[in-house]
Design a protein around this ligand. Structure first.
Ligand code: MN
Length: 730
């Protein structure tokens, strides 16, 4: 094919002019010169490159800059960076060179863009790591992420010319990373387009069929929408409101999601569209006008009281403001109605920045403020990459709840957040010292799930410290990472004590404290790390006495002649189940088997147990004194297998204590105090009932093994007033 270079040159010019028209923030002469300079450099750098479609490569950076300017509403710096975004990555031009020509700030953003450009490899853990890197890079300057989104949007728009396998990779990465990001940043229009395009390439058949069905049902839908709108329209006009009212089909992606979630065909997704009423009101009236509209709508159609969402009084974290209601429309169909002002509508569709240019305000401050806000939204804790992405995604898709402090201050949390999440939301130290909470004046445990409208008071104690179980109680990324950090710190501190104990212990036996000896011991006690080794010594999980049996020559030890602590002949025959955890060994088979703990007796390490082969749930582990066990053993002896704990891993198990006693002031307090002073035990729930001076109580706890549980029961029995204390199920 012959290429008409002159025609291409004119086309580049045309696209550049169109970019300048869209770039409302590029106002001064020096700004314009800078953009021109960037264009010239990019044109020159990419001059020999073509896109897969055959077009000159430079069309791409110009298009990205266009999106950055018009659809996101960013200014000169971002437009320049968008024009240059692939230069360092794909051409000979160095970052130093860019820095020399355009300065530090622009070079830094381009550096960020270059670094995150080749990320994401599905099915490898690398993706999460890279994603995190991307976010951290971005938190230097949020513009990096916004330009990256524009880049991705243009690539998705032109994905047609890519080979099939690349389409799939790029599209799934878009759905996984970029559309949630756009959502998080409040760029609704871009998010929706990315999602629809993502679906188009990952599930082409579904995409096609929904598109087709939407087309087929359009007339019918329009008729319905018009019928719905008609009376409302007249009433709004009578009120003298300036408004625009329309029925908007939902995005293909969200319809597909609904079909999947509810397991229904297209025909049964009822809310294929939403009615949107956008009013043109002066800012001081917009809130009251929105409610006026709501009142008019509800005059004609009965609203569902559970589906009223007021994001005007309390906007979403990404800035979204709107009033949503679902009403009963004609033919008995629920219809979602979104009510908002013109300003709110623009922010909802395009994000803050685009709204500001629309207003003709070149408010650089407002833009900076928005960027800062975005940074806050995205800046998360330094954490394990996989956890981070899970937590992050969780938070992205979660809806929010609104709860209040005792002084009435509003806090936003993701749905299902607990009292403990709330504590961390207030302050890290409050989180660490949290022992419980009062929700609407009622005492609740840390794990209590909050709902919108709750007023929450956190109770703290100086003696409190984060526990491992806490990780099960919290859902916010913030709380999780703080707890993990503290647990790590704590483990290290305890390990340091263990190290001292160890030193003291080996001194009189004549063993040297050196790495050869320690490696020998790590192998002997099957501990994975040094910290773990010393930690287990500190909490008495390692029997140091065994070392005395070793052969010691010149201070060096050799343990090969001594059998390792739990290697009995029985266990040599069997295999460890559950891979690494080595928690339980089950006899008579050398295959890996999965087991679960039977619910009737909740065995914990240290209990005498046996395995029972069930019909379809694998092996159940029962305690040998379980009532059901006798029945099982007598009837199905051939299905019983031996099982034994190996006490390799310290995992907390749920167990319960039943108590009775004479009700006395402070007795519950005395009992809980004893429990919480125990090293290895955490309370999950407590319930006490008192009747005519006699109480009955049940305490559910997390324990590591039977020893600590028996020890605890002994102590509880000694509390004044306690008559009986027994493990539940014994
Ligand atoms: Mn690009």
């Amino acid at each position: 094919m012959e290429i008409d270079l002159e025609a291409e040159r004119l086309e580049i010019l045309k696209r550049y002019r169109s970019l300048l028209r869209a770039a409302k923030r590029v106002e001064t002469r020096s700004d314009k010169l800078l953009v021109r300079k960037a264009l010239e450099l990019a044109v020159d750098a990419h001059k020999d490159m073509r896109r897969k479609s055959g077009e000159p490569y430079i069309y791409h950076p110009i298009a990205v800059a266009h999106i950055v300017a018009e659809e996101i509403g960013l200014g000169t710096t971002s437009i320049v960076c968008a024009l240059l975004h692939d230069v360092v990555e794909d051409t000979d031009i160095s970052l130093e060179n860019i820095k020399g020509r355009f300065g530090e700030k622009i070079a830094k953003i381009i550096d960020g863009l270059t670094k995150i450009s080749n990320i994401y490899d599905p099915a490898s853990s690398l993706q999460a790591e890279n994603f995190r890197k991307m976010l951290l890079t971005m938190s230097d300057d949020v513009r990096v992420i916004l330009i990256k989104l524009a880049d991705r949007l243009h690539n998705m728009r032109t994905l047609e010319s890519m080979p099939k396998h690349k389409q799939l990779k790029i599209a799934s990465e878009t759905l996984f990373i970029y559309s949630p990001l756009a959502h998080r940043l409040g760029l609704h229009a871009i998010k929706t387009e990315l999602e629809d395009l993502g679906l188009k390439y990952t599930e082409p058949d579904i995409y096609e069929s929904i598109t087709q069905k939407l087309r087929d049902t359009q007339r019918e839908r329009n008729r319905y929408i018009n019928k719905f709108i008609e009376p409302v329209k007249q009433a709004l006009e009578k009120e003298g409101l300036k408004f625009n009212i329309l029925g908007r089909p939902k995005s293909i992606y969200s319809i597909w999601n609904k079909m999947k979630k509810k397991g229904v065909p297209f025909e049964e997704v009822f809310d294929l569209f939403a009615i949107r009423i956008v009013i043109d009101s002066a800012s001081e009236y917009e809130k009251s006008d929105c409610w006026k509209v709501y009142s008019i709508v509800s005059d004609y159609y009965l609203p569902n009281p559970d589906r009223l969402r007021d994001w005007i009084s309390t906007p979403k974290a990404n800035g979204y403001e709107s009033l949503h209601t679902t009403v009963m429309g004609p033919k008995g169909l629920w219809v979602e109605v979104q009510i908002r002002s013109l300003r709110m509508d623009e922010i909802a569709e395009k994000g803050y920045a685009a709204h500001w240019i629309y207003k003709g305000v070149s408010a650089e401050n407002a833009l900076e403020e928005w960027l800062n806000k975005l940074r806050d939204v995205l800046q998360n804790m330094d954490d394990n990459a996989i956890d981070f992405i899970d937590d992050f995604k969780l938070n992205l898709f979660a809806e929010e709840i609104f709860v209040f402090t005792p002084s009435g201050e509003l806090k936003k949390l993701p749905i299902n957040a607990t009292a403990l999440d709330f504590a961390f939301e207030i302050h890290t130290q409050i989180g660490y010292k949290c022992i419980g909470a009062k929700v609407n004046n009622k005492l609740v445990p840390l794990s209590h799930q909050l709902v919108s409208g709750d007023q929450v008071e956190i109770l703290t104690s100086n003696k409190q410290d984060p526990k491992e179980e806490w990780l099960n109680y919290v859902i916010t990324a913030k709380a999780k990472s703080f707890i993990k950090a503290k647990l790590k710190e704590e483990k290290k501190r305890i390990a340091a004590e263990g190290k001292e104990t160890f030193r003291e212990f080996i001194k009189p036996i004549g063993i040297k404290f050196n790495s050869a000896n320690i490696n020998e011991l790590l192998a002997f006690y099957k501990t994975p790390t040094l910290v773990e080794f010393f930690y287990r010594i500190a909490i008495n999980k390692i029997d140091l006495e065994l070392i005395k049996k070793f052969v010691i020559t010149k201070g060096n030890i050799d343990h090969s002649s001594v059998p390792t602590p739990d290697k009995t002949s029985f266990e040599q025959l069997v295999t460890n189940v559950r891979g690494k955890s080595d928690l339980l060994v089950i006899g008579d088979t050398l295959e890996k088997i999965d087991y679960s703990l039977a619910l009737c007796c909740s065995a914990i390490p240290g209990d005498d147990v046996f395995g029972f082969i069930t019909q379809n749930e694998g092996i159940h582990i029962h305690r040998t004194n379980c009532k059901k066990a006798i029945e099982l053993m007598s009837n199905y002896a051939y299905r019983v297998v031996r099982a034994k704990w190996t006490s390799q891993e310290l995992i907390a198990f749920l167990a319960g204590i039943e108590l009775t006693g004479i009700d006395a002031v402070g007795i519950v307090n005395n009992i809980t105090k004893i429990i919480s002073n125990e090293h290895n035990i955490n309370i999950r729930s407590i319930s006490f009932e008192s009747n005519d001076g006699i109480f009955e109580g049940k305490v559910m706890l997390y324990v590591h093994d039977t020893n600590s549980l028996t020890e605890l029961i002994k102590k509880v029995k000694r509390v004044n007033g306690v008559l009986t204390a027994n493990r539940i199920g014994s």
